[in-house]
Design a protein around this ligand. Structure first.
Ligand code: PLP
Length: 453
């Protein structure tokens, strides 16, 4: 392929140590310049010493016995793990001949992080990128996209108006030089998270407690990250997969469709790539709780340490690691652990998709709306967030009736985008998802061949 800029296979994103040493050396050196294309080989959950990036939350903070393990996404190139699905979708498009290196234009429908990933990967691989996203997302998101040379096409509204973003992509599809990297509907997103994130999560859990995963918690935007739950379930059948969503936009819970403040999740739909068969619970989390939780950990850690009798400075290591949706996942994980009555040998795995660098403007806005965060409020907020939560905010969606309801929501959206009844019916069987995962071997072989030419 002329002008083809090489990147890693799925296997190499999971095990970068399998890369030839010359590439590893170049990738390590490229960390000094984020626009060096060798950074494509840094798309992985691993640090340079091969350990999966994660933190374990102190039990004094969580108030539960179970180990709450958080995979940390902010060290991925471009600042969030969403760069993984962006890369995988582009890479598969190149192999399928749908994307012509150096010539095609990448279209990234997004609420921010996927768009940042699309702009970034396109820059590294030499493509023009247009990111379609709502106009009311955090200022830091637009800045990053522009910084990577991406062009913005903004649609009205905020996080929960993603459907307008999808509708806008229709126009771009008319020009065959455009390739829509459709995160809500294309399976590379599923494959990246099932294989790379899922196996990384299993490896982390292996180091703690009984080595198993009792629950996996990931709030869905595209629902790509939730695919890690499929991989975990294939190893530990009893693992409970929980999808938190904003109380203000309780789509999976009860078809609620309001606006909310948790950027990246709660998109008012069941996405096409959401395997609803493996989602066991939906948890409602108040959006403002996630903002306040972030404010507590980021701006008031010393007060929290005092409150829960942790040694001074023990929460310092979490500084900058979390964004708003990370707090949604963390609160969901704590509440799930409490609800399931998990003990000290049990592990709950969850995800911090991005870090604080995307949110200074969001916390500044919170302070403007609510005033400065005074000490007595910190105490009350901490209790409410980290010790609160109600069983009524959890919905068990394991029954056939609930699955049919969720399939119905999915069909409602995606039949309108041209997906046939037969294709949608196929998604009602786990074998559909397993077959999509098995394609990884073939895709990796094709990429290895393209790289050797
Ligand atoms: C900050 C943030 N959190 C969570 C998510 C949800 O991840 P996924 O799209 O894999 O469901 C996204 C997706 O864009 C995000 O940007």
């Amino acid at each position: 392929m002329k002008n083809f800029v090489p990147g890693p296979t799925y296997e190499e994103m999971l095990y970068p140590e399998e890369l030839p040493q010359t590439i590893r050396t170049k990738a390590a050196a490229a960390q000094a310049d984020e626009l060096d294309p060798a950074n494509l080989f840094n798309i992985t959950w691993r640090r340079s010493d091969n350990r999966i990036r994660h933190v374990v939350l102190p039990k004094e903070l969580t108030g539960v016995e179970a180990n709450i393990l958080v995979l940390v996404g902010r060290h991925f190139p471009s600042g969030s793990h969403k760069v993984g699905p962006a890369y995988a979708t582009l890479m598969e498009g190149e192999l399928a001949g749908e994307i012509v290196p150096g010539k095609s234009t990448m279209i990234g429908p997004s609420t921010g992080n996927f768009g940042i990933g699309v702009a970034y990967i396109s820059r590294l691989k030499g493509y023009r990128a247009i990111v379609i996203m709502p106009e009311q997302m955090s200022a830091e998101r637009y800045e990053r996209i522009r910084h990577y040379g991406g062009q913005l096409d903004l649609t009205p509204g905020s996080e929960s108006d993603v459907i307008l973003v999808l509708e806008r992509t229709r126009e771009y599809r008319k020009d065959t030089r455009n390739k829509v990297l459709a995160q809500f509907e294309l399976l590379p997103n599923y494959r990246f998270h099932r294989y790379v994130t899922g196996r990384s999560a299993l490896e982390v859990a292996n180091e703690y407690g009984n080595g198993r995963v009792a629950a996996f918690v990931a709030a869905p935007g595209s629902a790509g990250t939730l695919a890690a739950g499929d991989e975990i379930k294939s190893r530990f059948r009893g693992c409970i997969v929980c999808a938190p969503e904003p109380r203000e936009c309780s789509t999976l819970f009860n078809n609620g469709r309001g606006t909310h403040r948790i950027e990246g999740i709660g998109d008012k739909m069941v996405t096409l790539i959401h395997n609803v068969l493996t989602t066991d619970y939906v948890a409602l989390i108040h959006d403002e709780d996630c903002l306040i939780g972030l404010q507590l950990l980021q701006q008031r850690p010393a007060l929290v340490e005092q409150l829960v009798h942790l040694p001074e400075g023990s929460l310092k290591c979490f500084r900058d690691l979390f964004g708003v949706s990370s707090l949604c996942n963390i609160l969901g994980a704590i509440r799930m652990a409490r609800f399931l009555g998990l003990g000290s040998e049990d592990n709950v795995v969850t995800i911090a998709t991005d870090g604080f660098d995307r949110y200074p403007s969001v916390l500044a806005d919170l302070e403007e709306r609510c005033g400065p965060f005074a000490e007595p409020e910190v105490r009350d907020s901490f209790e409410k967030l980290f010790r609160g939560g109600d069983a009524a905010d959890l919905l068990d969606v394991r029954s056939a009736k609930e699955k049919e309801r969720l399939f119905g929501y999915k069909e409602e959206v995606w039949a309108g985008f041209g997906y046939s009844h037969t294709y949608l019916e196929g998604m009602k069987s786990q074998s559909f998802w397993d077959a999509e995962t098995e394609k990884i071997a073939e895709i990796d072989a094709a990429l290895a061949q393209a790289r050797s030419r």
